[in-house]
Design a protein around this ligand. Sequence first.
Ligand SMILES: Cc1ncc(COP(=O)(O)O)c(C=O)c1O
Length: 439
Amino acid sequence: MEDVPEYRPVHRETRFDADLARYAARAKGMVASEIRALFSVANRPEVVSLAGGAPNISGLPLDVVGSLLNELVGERGTVAMQYGSAQGDPALREQITDVMSLVGIDASPDDVVVTVGSQQALDLVTRIFCDPGDVVICEAPSYVGALGVFASYQCDVVHVAMDDHGLIPEHLDSALASVAASGRRAKFLYTIPSHHNPMGVSLSLERRAQVLEICRRHDVLVIEDDPYGLLGFDGEPYRALRADDPARVVYLGSFSKTFAPGFRVGWALAPHAIRDKLVLAQESATLCPPTFSQHAVGTYLANHDWRGQIKAFREMYRERRDAMLASLADLMPATTTWTKPNGGFYVWVTLPEGIDAKAMSPRAITARVAYVPGTAFYADGFGSQSMRLSYCFPSPERIREGIRRLAAVVEQEMDLRDTFGPLHLGRGRGVESPGPDLR
Ligand SMILES: Cc1ncc(COP(=O)(O)O)c(C=O)c1O
């Protein structure tokens, strides 16, 4: 009889980390969120996910993109699949200046550095400017992916309050003054002025001028992150901060929301000296940004009505924003408040007093609706009474169903609060990454 090998289960995965003592200090700032596990169920079809920030690329003409890619490989494959320059393809950099002209920026392709999404631009900017312990000023709340970068470079994040018109200039002024008074210098202000992630609000025109004036006065650099700038629902896009102060502002752009995130093409526009450092940093990080992706994006821009496509995306997101705002108004308990975005992907909801969005999250998942608790967007654990809802991906009907489920969960939570008193979980433990699909 043939020998049957003895069955021995092999445990390939373990949470125990035998290399713990070996990690660099900067790796200790990288923590996965406890809510990451919850979100693995958020992607199940029965759950309405209002958590993810993935663009709804079903609106793209895939047949057109497919034949453009086919042509690209057939006609220029040997160039498109070869190494390229660390700064990025010159033709694409030229096209990027056309895209930026829509937000009022007049720039030379020489000052553009192509990156692997604007996420890599954030990484490179932080790499060239920040030593451990350096202060970075961020909005409160701020983009979770940026907070993750700042944590991994061991930066000290100082948050500045926002309201419905964006960053509050007086608070910025006093934050910069108190950083200086403590003998330190803020390395830069990181801001998302247009259609903010996660708040969904935009910096007013008046405040744009004030923010620039304050940063000039305190001699602080501005990192302007603008992935949603062309996805406004009313009239012309906002004028970028960079358009009014080219020497002080590093502008970050992306094709992720206006075309498709899978190509991972973004860019930084920077003053010459900073650009040179970014190119060297890019060279050490990747040798060159992916040539094929750059050619794919360049071919799309050159051969397709990309402006018309952005218009179509805007209409799609506007319909979803309308569905979310109407559902919130119809269904949420009266003491809940939320922002009214005029572009982008997100609504920021503030729950009734004494309700903790993080504690409520497992119960929401059980009720088959997911969101991102507000604490994910603060480096200091604040934000527990808030949550980010995204309307970019689900259909208007699913959005309404999601809000109906969420409203019922909030009501149950209010009943619990009224019976047992408010829950005091204390502050969170700082920057946690909820997972790549939840940006
Ligand atoms: C504010 C903000 N910045 C940067 C990014 C990163 O975008 P990407 O790397 O896809 O260009 C995102 C993605 O959601 C974002 O919301």
